[in-house]
Design a protein. Structure first.
Length: 541
């Protein structure tokens, strides 16, 4: 039996409403007046949060552009030593969460670390007086640039690779050299993609909690967490969250404006091996250095430090507690991934089966959770769940003198729901992409044979889009495994994960003990990077 349009409309409306409850909660605080804590923040800390956030944004924008765009251009148009593997190796820092990279560089560059210790042996004790402080705003800018530049690189490389070779050849015939062709032809054509990559990097920067907290940089996320946990002031924490979301909203608007300004159209041109310029001599060395340095600093160095810490502490840390942490993390990530992909499949299928514009709008609304930072999302979810638990508890106690306690808040349900809201967009994009590749004519043929909507989905759609489903599962699984602030706030009592363990060890300055759980997170995070590298266009020989 084919479902009616009303079914798809009501079901997507209900799901969209439930999945955006945290956003409605946040919106409700717009109309609440500030208290003494809010006034204190306005007078003291809020300007610092704004200044630090702006400096981070501008610094990371410049850093990711400096690292991502030149590498993308070189990989897209030149052949040089190592270019065959550098084109996918440049994605490796995506597997390194910012907070884990912060722990490793702190261990490497702090006063007692191996770098400063070696320098003191060579140059004397005074070297530490001029050595830059890694736990600083400048250190945070450099760190985020190293781990987030792949967003810019990936989208820039795609734009440069699809740029019409004819346009570049015409510019050269008109006397433009390689540098002039890059700045006057290729760069303007790739501008929307580049801005989209920078926007993604900046959204990740604004949403980060672990790295800025470890570096002692006061931003909105650290302020929100401190206000909520230290002052127990949900009202002020939510008002801070609204200010943070205004920054995120501006970034989204800028990115959409950039796409709307796109006026370049190119054909689907595949680059042949003959189109690449062979570099030799100093140019070859320079190109290799430009592409290898981000990989070295963004992935190889922190990974090597994590491996060293893991080997030195394995004898004491590789025990039953570690395996329990691994089980907690992997089982939680798997449950969330399955539930999230199931919801994504339903929404994508509703969008396909219904011709109503409202259904498509409701599905788009379900994407909004990804724009909400984890710290904000967690607190916004606690509020309605705590209200529900208190209401039920009061009712049963007043009528039956029974205390129901915590039903939803402080449970795994709250954590899984938060993950689903935040990462549903990741799953939806993959599922919708897979579903879009299935021709509608196959649906029509199945209906003529009497197949229902669910039969078509189960027997035709799901088997044909199994690759997209597996990709969505892996992406959500890894995102959950890496997520720190949401887990830190919403986890049940006495329920730890690998990310929480790494955070707690780093907070106690036991950086070496953070190595083993952090290394496992990084190794697992390599899976989607490998998948992504295989999906990228293969370079021609």
């Amino acid at each position: 039996m084919t479902k009616s349009p009303k079914f798809w409309l009501l079901s997507t409306l209900l799901l969209a409403f439930v999945l955006t409850i945290p956003i409605w909660v946040l919106a409700s605080f717009v109309f609440q007046s500030g208290n003494d804590n809010w006034q204190h923040l306005l007078d003291t800390l809020l300007p610092e949060y704004i200044i630090n956030s702006l400096v981070l944004m501008f610094g990371v924008a410049f850093g990711t552009l400096l690292l991502g765009v030149p590498a993308a251009w070189l990989i897209s148009h030149y052949q040089f030593t190592g270019s065959r593997w550098l084109h996918w190796a440049l994605l490796l820092p995506l597997a390194m969460p910012a907070y884990i990279s912060a722990y490793t560089y702190t261990g490497l560059l702090e006063f007692e670390g191996p770098v400063q210790s070696a320098l003191r042996e060579v140059f004397g004790f005074g070297v530490s007086q001029w050595f830059p402080e890694v736990r600083s705003l400048g250190g945070a800018v450099l760190l985020f640039s190293l781990v987030l530049y792949p967003y810019v690189y990936l989208l820039s490389r795609s734009a440069f690779g699809s740029s019409s070779q004819k346009a570049l050849e015409v510019s050269r015939t008109l006397g433009a050299g390689p540098v002039k062709s890059f700045f006057q032809v290729a760069l303007p054509m790739a501008r929307p993609a580049i801005i989209a990559g920078v926007t993604l990097a900046l959204m990740e920067t604004l949403a980060d909690f672990g790295a800025v907290q470890h570096f002692g940089v006061d931003t909105f996320t650290t302020g929100i967490y401190r206000t909520w946990s230290g002052l127990d002031d949900t009202n002020t924490a939510m008002q801070l969250s609204l200010v943070l979301l205004s920054f995120v909203g501006i970034l989204i608007l800028v990115e959409r404006w950039s796409r709307q300004q796109q006026r370049y159209y190119v054909g689907d041109v595949k680059t042949d091996a003959s189109d690449y310029v062979q570099l030799t001599g100093k140019k070859n060395v320079f190109a290799f250095a430009v592409c290898f340095l981000p990989i070295l600093l963004g992935f190889l160095v922190p990974s090597g430090q994590l491996l060293y810490w893991s080997l030195t502490t394995a004898e004491t840390n590789l025990n039953s507690d570690f395996f329990e942490l691994t089980w907690n993390s992997f089982s939680l990530a798997l449950i969330t991934a399955v539930a999230t992909v199931a919801v994504a499949v339903f929404l994508a299928y509703a969008k396909r089966m219904s011709n109503l514009s409202r259904v498509k709008q409701f599905v788009q609304v379900a994407h909004l959770g990804y724009a909400v930072p984890g710290t904000v999302l967690a607190i916004a979810i606690i509020i309605p769940l705590a209200w529900f638990d208190k209401t039920v508890d009061d009712f049963f106690y007043e009528n039956y003198e029974i205390s129901t306690g915590l039903i939803l808040s402080g449970t795994l349900f709250a954590l899984v729901f938060a993950y689903m809201v935040r990462f549903l967009s990741v799953a939806l994009q993959s599922v919708e992409s897979g579903l879009a590749r299935i021709k509608p004519s196959m649906d029509d043929s199945a209906r003529t044979l009497g197949a229902s909507s669910w039969t078509i989905m189960g027997r035709i759609h799901l088997p044909l889009m199994h690759t997209s489903l597996i990709t969505a599962l892996i992406l959500v699984f890894v995102e959950v495994l890496k997520e720190l602030p949401t887990t830190l706030i919403l986890r049940p009592f006495n329920f730890d994960t690998l990310s929480i363990k790494a955070y707690e060890m780093a907070a106690d300055e036991r950086l070496a003990d953070a190595g083993l759980p952090a290394l496992l997170i990084v190794l697992t995070s390599l899976i989607p990077v490998i998948i992504l590298s295989k999906l990228m266009d293969k370079r021609s020989g």
